[in-house]
Design a protein around this ligand. Structure first.
Ligand code: NAD
Length: 494
């Protein structure tokens, strides 16, 4: 039984519902439990959307697209601003729903909800700034216009690590562009998406423009991928599922794939050591390292290596781990499920067997209150080799590997020696080093002397197996448009 009655009631309202064509109703399909990862308590259920319900949602979205896409952008912008205001006003409640299903501490979850509200306002404004181009022609009497038209029905398929933002970016950009959307959130974190749907409803977004279907990815997600009336798939998740979607899509349709990472950080001898340690601790362990842009591996110049390792271990040891509902200000909450925790333990064990040195963490926090949850202390391992899993695969947990380097080119080459290309970090104060690293890193996002690689108004996307397409910025909005070239022979000779 959940201790917080108001939260239990909020979740009870969302239990087993789908949002189709402007109506919330209990799903007809089989039920899957949703657990609080801090206690393993069942907090509610989702209904696996049936084929009829999937068809109904897509057909509602298709129908709504016809009128939503024809509205003047200002009207769509007003609706998005209203949505942002409603979300911000209820941020704490929405944050608690997220913490109950995902595990991150309430304060951190609230920050995510407020960033979703910011995305609503950003894309509301971008909606009114969509324009085309007039292209010079080689012949007199012709004019070419390139205009942008919304793609149509979008299926958004999202993971569990950022249950609000990763739904929200797709939702806001789709709506701003004039598309309609069917959202399939992760099985672990459905209630945040349904709570967002409640806000869309309250904001007066017309029936069918936004729909939410729950259920397993391999069934409901796959059905959306294969649905002939879905024009675009906006997917965030693992590289393996992203590739599967690309390969199994039976028609040509637009895809954006925001996938996994294995993100390096380089710390040169000229770095501000304190700032580098602070940045490393934040980006390795925030959200328990369950971030696609989490720092997995750190290459430190040998001259400052031991000092860096000592300080990073102390910074990790100083972080608090706790039940995120009971201690909203904890640094780390529970991990979202047993799966990322198992992978963290596997990567740790692999590194230790291959000779790494454990300098912080390495175990669950002690205490009966942690016994049933998926908790793990922030963990630092030193003297890592490139052959270790932590240095070459995505851990998606609170574990970071550190290795020394002597030559900057060697560090850049290790950093790039991965199938992934999402985000990379560097701390350095020497301008030549900064330039070499910025140019040399083969990544979609490079943060120098900071660890916040994504901001709302700059394009964010991965390279190689980290994906195709962009979120954030004007570039994300363009992902929801088709371009149309209208070549007009008006016959007027200048
Ligand atoms: P996942 O790939 O297992 O699942 C993501 C979503 O895909 C879920 O909703 C799932 O139900 C659905 N799905 C699963 N199989 C499907 C199928 N056959 N067809 C359609 N949908 C299907 O990923 P996850 O474990 O939920 O999330 C963690 C991964 O997400 C990590 O690899 C992480 O790096 C990545 N991620 C990337 C970004 C980014 O911006 N690049 C952001 C966050 C997370």
């Amino acid at each position: 039984m959940m201790k917080n009655n108001a939260l239990a009631e909020s979740i009870a309202v969302l239990d087993s519902i789908l949002y189709i064509d402007g109506k919330f109703s209990k799903g007809k399909g089989s039920r899957l439990p949703v657990l609080n990862p801090a206690t393993s308590e069942v907090i509610g259920h989702i209904a696996a959307a049936t084929t009829d319900e999937i068809d109904a949602a897509v057909s509602a979205a298709r129908h709504a697209f016809a009128s939503w896409s024809k509205l003047v952008p200002k009207t769509r912008a007003i609706a998005l601003h209203r949505l942002g205001d409603l979300i911000a006003a209820d941020a704490l409640n929405m944050a608690m729903i997220m913490t109950a299903e995902q595990g991150k501490p309430v304060n951190e979850a609230k920050g995510e909800i407020l960033k979703l509200a910011e995305a609503c306002h950003f894309y509301a404004e971008e909606a009114t700034r969509v324009h085309g181009e007039i292209i010079p022609n080689d012949q007199q009497g012709f004019q070419s216009l390139v205009v942008r038209e919304p793609i149509g029905v979008v299926a958004a398929i999202t993971p569990w690590n950022y249950p609000a933002e990763l739904v929200g970016w797709k939702l806001c950009a789709s709506l701003a562009a004039g598309c309609s959307i069917v959202i399939k959130p992760a099985e672990l974190t459905p209630f945040t998406a349904l709570a967002i749907a409640q806000k869309c409803h309250a904001a007066g977004i017309p029936a069918g423009v936004v729909n939410v279907l729950t259920g397993k990815g391999s069934q409901v997600g796959q059905a959306l991928v294969e649905h002939p009336q879905v024009d675009k798939i906006a997917f965030t998740g693992s590289s393996a599922v992203g590739l599967h979607i690309q390969q199994s899509c039976p028609q040509v349709k637009r895809l954006s794939l925001e996938l996994g990472g294995n993100c390096p950080m380089i710390v040169t001898a000229s770095a501000d050591l304190d700032a580098a340690v602070k940045g490393a601790a934040r980006r390795s362990f925030r959200n328990c390292g369950q971030i696609c842009i989490a720092i997995n591996r750190i290459y430190v110049h040998r001259a400052i290596y031991e000092e860096f390792v000592t300080q990073l271990a102390a910074a990790a040891d100083a972080l608090s781990v706790d039940n995120g509902l009971e201690n909203p200000a904890a640094d780390l909450g529970a991990m979202a499920s047993a799966e990322p925790l198992d992978k963290t333990r596997t990567h740790l064990q692999d590194a230790l067997v291959k000779g790494a040195r454990l300098v912080a963490g390495g175990k669950a926090p002690e205490g009966i209150q942690y016994a049933k949850g998926h908790f793990f202390r922030p963990t630092v391992i030193a003297d890592c080799k490139h052959s270790m899993q932590v240095m070459s695969e995505e851990t998606f947990g609170p574990l970071v590997g550190v290795a020394p380097f002597d030559d900057l080119d060697e560090a850049i080459s290790y950093a790039n020696d991965t199938p992934y290309g999402l985000a990379a970090y560097c701390y350095a104060q020497n301008l030549t080093e900064i330039h070499r690293v910025s140019v040399g890193l083969d990544y979609g996002n490079v943060a120098i002397n900071n660890v916040d690689a994504g901001i709302m108004n700059a394009a964010y996307g991965g390279r190689k197996q980290s994906g195709v397409g962009y979120e954030h910025g004007r570039e994300e909005l363009l992902e929801y448009f088709n371009f149309k070239h209208i070549r007009l022979h008006h016959g007027v000779e200048n």
